[in-house]
Structure formats: C-alpha cells, structure tokens
Design a protein around this ligand. Sequence first.
Ligand code: OGA
Ligand code: NI
Length: 375
Amino acid sequence: MDTKVISSGIRYSSLPESYIRPESERPRLSEVSDCENVPIIDLGCEDRPSLVRQIGDACENYGFFQVTNHGVGLEAVERMLEVAKEFFEMPVEEKLKLYSDDPAKTMRLSTSFNVNKEKVHNWRDYLRLHCHPLDKYVPEWPSNPPQFKYVSLSLSPSSSPSLFVCLSLSLCVSPVHRRRSASSLTRDIVRNYCMEVRELGFRLQELISESLGLEKDHIKNVLGEQGQHMAVNFYPPCPQPELTYGLPGHTDPNALTILLQDLHVSGLQVLKDGKWVAVKPHPNAFVINIGDQLQAVSNGRYKSVWHRATVNAEMPRMSVASFLCPSDDAVISPPKPLTENGTGAIYRDFTYAEYYKKFWSRNLDQEHCLELFKN
Ligand code: OGA
Ligand code: NI
C-alpha cells in the first residue's frame, strides 16, 4: 500500500490482499436481517418507571438501543459531523502528520484496529482522542481543520468592525454559503459536543443503575472520575465489501458507548440470538451500547454485545463513537444484591487499567475479553 491510511481519496479497484478475510470469516451480507431493529427509546418520556423498564429490557435483551429526545442539541450534532467530514476530506499528507499505531497515544490518526497485532486489516481509518478533562486534552487535538480545536472569532461589531461587515455580508449570500460560514464561526464545536454527550451518558448511567434496582448514583460511584474517549470512524467506499469489514465483531472494553452514526449510510450490525441484525440509522438518535465494564458491574445481567461495522462499495460512511470509561484505578466489582442469586460474582475484581491493557494486547475478534477475568 502506498500510504498508511485508506482515506487517501483514491478509489481502489480491488481489495488489497491484506484485507481479505478467509471464507469462513466473511460478513455474508445477504444474510443480515434488517426486519428487526434495536429498541428506540424516547428519553423525553415523563413516566420514569416506564423509562427505567424500557432501558432495563433493552440492556438485558439487546445490550443495544437507540435514544431520541436525548438532550444533545441538533446543532451540536450537525456541527460535529461537519467537522469530522472536513477532517477526513483533508489531503492525506496533512492527516498523516497525526498518524500513529501506538494505542497508548492519547491523540492519533490510525487505521484498521491494531495493525501490529492483527493478521487481516479492516477497511477503516479513525481519529482517536481523549476528551476528559477537556482542558488537559484539547491542546493536543488536531489544529486542522481549524474549527476542530477552536474558532475564537466572536461575531460582534465592536470587536472587529470590518470583519463583522465582511462576514455579515457573506452570511447573506446563499444558503450553502451561509451554512459554511456560520459553521466556521461556531466556537468549540467538538468541545461542546463532548460535554453534551457526557451529560447524556451520565443520565443513562442513572437510568441503568435504577433498572438494576440500585441507587441512581451507583454506577457513577463505582466508575470513579470517568474518562471519555472519542473515535471518529471513517469507512471509505470499499471495492469488495463481501470480503472484509470496517470493524469485525467486537465488544467495547469501556463502560458505555454513545454512537452517532451516519444517517444515510448504514453499516452497524449487532449479534442477536446468534444472528446479525442491522441497526438502521434513526433520525436524531444516538445508538447506545453497554460496554464490558457494565456487563461486569451488573454481574453479567446486562450484556456487552458483539457488534461490527460492514462497508459498502458506493458511499463513504462515518460514525463518531464516544466512550465513557472508568477511571484507571476504579475497581470493577458487582454490588452485593446482584451476586446473591446463588451464582456469586461471575468475574474477579479488577481495575480498569488492568482490563484496558489486556484488551489492547489482543486482536479485536478473539474471545470476549471478559472471559479472561472469570472466577
Ligand atoms: C466502535 C464501533 C461502529 C460503527 O467504534 O467501537 O463499534 O458503526 N463503531 O462505526
Ligand atoms: Ni464498538
């Protein structure tokens, strides 16, 4: 391959050898069901007991659900997607300045999953960032496109009269132009998005705690000062989507994942009763999934479910995944009421630092990483 990443703007006419899965591991796209979908939960529902029940059912039976009326502003979401798109549309040389295959880096552009461990590569590039605490990590975020990190232009006639006139005029030109200009004037796009998503995550953790019959702050208390990571995933059109994956089947190692998926191009699938089911993008919704840590805290009652991203030949696809993670020294352990049903604790206690290290030392599509922590 010429470059380390696949978002080079070049269309490949055939799939490079290193991406081809053996016959038995291929996605068999025609067998994926899109008749079924994961539950869609309206967080605006004012009947809290009903909401808690819906969340509990979804966590127990699917491990995945979508949420609407989630409190994250439409504008924050649209801007985030615009910036993500602009990032991957930059010239490949610019993007490669951020390239690293070292999972320990807190900001990097990379490709596939873990290029140093895996045998077959995946048709994905991704930008990975740490997002909490923001003041610690924002300085290392990409400085291109400029609005990724900051745009400190404030549109006020007093601060810069000539700029104000010039920008005001440009805002009146055409709807497309107006959108562009307005977006480049919005401050702290990614930062705001991260904060809003974090709030949503905490609300969900309260609902999930209650659905397990625990105090609403239980999960928050166990996980300590939570970290937050973001993966901006980019899946270019793939010449032979039947032979490879964007991401092969995996579970997420963190506590809770909040995924913003492309509204127009599907690709996310979850394993339900042994069959792969497509998660159809729903307007203004986030896809939520339980990660390995909540499976452990719930003593196996809620499942960190296998999921994967497939690719397609026509359209690039993007997603923005936000991961809430326990603090490194949080001891992951189920509460007493969940171990008193005769089985005891399924997993031994561990710290998140220990778990995370184990996760990245493996290939993505091996056995469930939690299996390695069973009692
Ligand atoms: C992930 C993930 C799915 C997608 O980043 O962990 O599962 O649709 N992404 O991009
Ligand atoms: Ni995932």
